[in-house]
Structure formats: C-alpha cells, structure tokens
Design a protein around this ligand. Structure first.
Ligand SMILES: *C/C=C(C)/C=C/C=C(C)/C=C/C1=C(C)CCCC1(C)C
Length: 245
C-alpha cells in the first residue's frame, strides 16, 4: 500500500542545469557559514564592537533562514519567491542602516540619523515590492520612486551628515565608512538591474537575458557578507589598537 511518504517526496528534484536553483543553494550555505563566523568571532572583540558584529551575524542569519525557504520555493514551483525575498530585505536592509549608525556612534551619531536611513530604505523596498508583485504594469514608476529613495540614501552617506561624522571619527572608522559607502553605491546598484531584467517596462530587452533571481542572489551574497566583513575588519583593527596601549 502506498503511503503519504512514498507519494510525496521530501526533497524536490533539482535539474543539473538549474543554475538559478544552484545560486539559491550556494547562497543559503554562504549565509549560514557567514553567520557562524560572525557569531563565533564576536566575543574576541572589545565590548563596544560586539553589537556591530552581532548585527552583521543577524543580517546573514536572517538571510540564511529566508534562503532556506526561497531555495525550497524555487525547487517546488520554479517561480520567483518574491514575498520571501522582500520580507528578508525589509528586515536586513534596515539592519544595514543600523550598522552605519553603530560605527559612527564614536563620533556622536544620533538615532535620528539611523531612523532617517531606515525610513528611506523601507520606502525603497515597499515601492519595489509594489512594482514587482502588485502593480507590475507600472513597474517602471514604482522602480523610479524606489530609485529616488535609494539615491537619497547614497547622498546621505556619501555627502550628508553621516559623511561629516565619519570624518570626525577619522582613522579606521572613516576607512570602513568609505568602504560601506562603495558597497551601497556599487553593490546595491546590482538590485535595480535585477528588477529591470525581471519586470516589464520601457527597458524591456536591455537586461532581458539576465535572470532576476540570479542577479538578486549574487547581490545579496556580495552585500550582506561583504558588509559584515568590513565591520569585522574594523573591529579587528580597533581591538588590536586597544591591546597595544
Ligand atoms: C541584503 C539585501 C539588500 C542589500 C537589498 C538591497 C536592495 C535594494 C538596494 C533594492 C533597490 C531597488 C531599487 C533601487 C529600484 C528597483 C526596486 C529595488 C527594490 C530592486
């Protein structure tokens, strides 16, 4: 007699040429490994850097959990896991804004700076979700609004208040801030490319050959793990300094 377990396989079959599925698997594993790395290294740093490392670990951990679901969703339906994707981003991108605040606290950063970045990132992501999942006919318009919020974030960290604080802090904080700024300018610019490749609009065909999920998965690995490693490097340099004196 056939039972439920023989008729419903517990693991979906993966085609050997499913390169989108492959990036979901590798992405999932990379996020898990990065989380273990950040969490386990946390206590080797000076107390004031531990929260920053903890947040780095939380970012990759939240992503790992969502990748676990997205990986399954993809292998089950061969469809974009748009909902899980945006739930992941709405949690992790604001945490990246928190990282900017945490490293600039040494120069007296106020929570208002953090909230401003968080609100902008939420506007960027909610409008992106609407364009991708709710009102695809106007995807270009939602993408444009999202892009404006993105540019305000870029402005704030490159030229605004955050930049001033980074200069005041100087040294390795300024160096780390600059590197994070490059991540936001170049690394985050990967996402609108994926968006244009995966939604209809005047830009049809420009990025048409690219797969939205592959672009997003590569972007996530670079940005979430890379961001965390910049913070890690900063904590290493600052903790060594305290050991020397
Ligand atoms: C870990 C996840 C990260 C860093 C996600 C970042 C996502 C973005 C910067 C998305 C930006 C978008 C635009 C600027 C316009 C088109 C819509 C989005 C949401 C893809």
């Amino acid at each position: 007699m056939e039972n439920l377990f023989t008729s419903l396989p517990m693991v979906a079959r993966m085609a050997t040429d499913d390169y989108v599925g492959f990036t979901f698997f590798v992405g999932c594993m990379a996020m898990m490994a990065a989380s273990a790395f950040f969490f386990l290294s946390m206590n080797s740093f000076d107390r004031k850097w531990r929260t920053s490392i903890l947040v780095s670990g939380l970012i990759t951990f939240i992503a790992a959990v969502h990748y676990w679901y997205m990986r399954d969703y993809w292998s089950g339906f061969a469809e974009s896991p748009t909902f899980f994707r945006y739930v992941d981003w709405i949690l992790t991108v604001p945490l990246m804004c928190v990282e900017f605040f945490l490293i600039l606290r040494v120069a007296g950063a106020k929570t208002s700076l953090m909230w401003r970045l968080i609100v902008l990132s939420v506007i960027m992501l909610v409008t992106g979700y609407v364009g991708e999942a709710v009102d695809r006919d106007n995807a270009w318009l939602w993408g444009l609004i999202s892009g404006i919020a993105y540019f305000v974030i870029v402005y704030d960290i490159w030229l605004g208040k955050a930049k001033k604080l980074a200069i005041e802090a100087g040294g390795s904080v300024l160096t780390a801030h600059k590197t994070l700024c490059w991540f936001v300018l170049v690394g985050w610019a990967i996402y609108p490319v994926g968006y244009m490749a995966g939604t209809p609009g005047w830009y049809d065909g420009i990025f048409g050959g690219l797969d939205l999920n592959v672009v997003y998965n590569i972007g996530d690995a670079i940005n979430k793990i890379g961001f965390g490693l910049v913070i890690y490097g900063l904590a290493v340099s600052q903790s060594e300094k305290t050991l020397e004196v």
